[in-house]
Design a protein around this ligand. Structure first.
Ligand code: NAD
Ligand code: UDP
Length: 311
């Protein structure tokens, strides 16, 4: 297939490009580098099967030739960016998704939306099944991201129902790994870089809020299976291993063998208290399950940071 990947220079987008090329597809990566980096795709330069277009997908997307699938990953994703880029996040979730769907419709292509566990907000149900409608504060600081993604899901279903576009929606739960920026602001690169430097790990609140961390390779495998599945309703992809943020900090210190201490900082507004995917749909429909343990994933991410980042 010839597959357009928006957000192709980001953490997940660049790994997706690698996987699609490995599977024998042609890739057109589109990115404006707002949170992505040229270095994430530099190793692909000169390959015949990939084309890169620097472009803001919140504006009309122009790709020459046929396209078989549009995979829409473009969006800042770190909570620190919710305050830094609120309008860009709303625009890429709304206008960017509209443009990416319009591209799919015009080309007769399939469409894949990278949605998020944030559509569940601060959930009142744990673990979260796809049937849960969520508990989102639309006017809080996270609202720009949560509501943009909820709109993105709604317009994706509308293009499926009204225009007959062959769509997919994946709800991604916290995913980490090589190519995350150390200054990304999300908890994994923050804790790992702090532990590597011997600095205190900054745990927000009392660290009793939970998350479930998925290694990127497991997630990308889920993406590929979902593309081939024909499933139009949302599918959660994430690791079911739920831990507190304090336990995450302790695990990272132990795996790295760091002398770092833990310091406590104020909990950001609307920070979800619980998060764990119910992955039974992914298991049933895709035959998918997470395989990489937290310790193994952290070790691999540390190796990447050691060789690729100035820590
Ligand atoms: P990332 O910031 O590394 O990647 C996002 C990419 O999109 C970046 O390269 C950025 O430059 C690009 N981008 C943003 N706005 C754009 C625009 N208007 N035009 C063109 N390119 C634009 O983050 P990531 O973790 O790789 O996230 C990728 C996608 O997955 C996002 O849609 C995010 O919401 C979703 N997601 C990720 C996670 C996770 O844990 N990593 C969890 C839930 C959802
Ligand atoms: N967090 C933390 N210290 C940090 C960064 C994040 O304790 O330096 C916490 C944050 O409050 C949240 C969890 O870690 O409860 C995960 O945060 P992240 O920014 O990775 O994404 P989120 O899952 O909240 O979208």
């Amino acid at each position: 297939m010839r597959i357009a990947v928006t957000g192709g220079a980001g953490f997940l987008g660049s790994h997706l490009c690698d996987r699609l090329l490995k599977d024998g597809h042609q890739v057109v990566a589109v990115d404006n580098f707002i949170t992505g980096r040229p270095s994430n795709i530099a190793h692909l330069a000169g390959q015949n099967d990939i084309q890169f277009i620097e472009h803001d997908v919140s504006r009309f997307i122009d790709i020459e030739g046929h396209v078989d699938f549009v995979m829409h990953l473009a969006s800042p994703a770190s909570p620190v960016d919710f305050e830094r880029y609120p309008i860009q996040i709303l625009k890429v979730g709304a206008l960017g998704t509209h443009n990416a769907l319009g591209l799919a419709k015009a080309k007769g292509a399939g469409f894949f939306l990278a949605s998020t566990s944030e559509v569940y907000g601060d959930p009142l149900v744990n673990p979260q099944p796809e049937s849960y409608w969520g508990n989102v504060n639309p006017v809080g600081i996270r609202g720009v991201y949560d509501e943009a993604k909820r709109f993105a899901e709604a317009i994706t279903m509308a293009y499926h129902r009204y225009h007959g576009v062959d769509t997919r929606i994946v709800r991604i739960f916290n995913t980490y790994g090589p190519r995350m920026r150390v200054d990304d602001g999300r908890v994994m690169p923050s804790f790992i870089s702090q532990a590597m430097r011997g600095e205190p790990l900054t745990v927000y609140g009392e660290g009793q809020q939970t998350r479930s961390f998925c290694y990127y390779q497991d997630l990308i495998e889920g993406f590929v299976r979902l593309v081939h599945s024909g499933e139009h309703f949302p599918v959660n992809i994430g690791n079911g291993n739920e831990i507190t943020i304090l336990e995450l900090a302790q695990t990272i210190i132990r795996v790295i063998g760091s002398s770092s201490q833990i310091v406590y900082k104020p909990l950001p507004q609307d920070d979800p208290r619980l998060r764990r995917p119910d992955v039974s749909r992914a298991e049933r429909i895709l035959g998918w399950t997470a395989t990489v343990s937290l310790e193994e994933g952290v070790r691999k991410t540390v190796e990447y940071f050691k060789t690729n980042e100035r820590i």
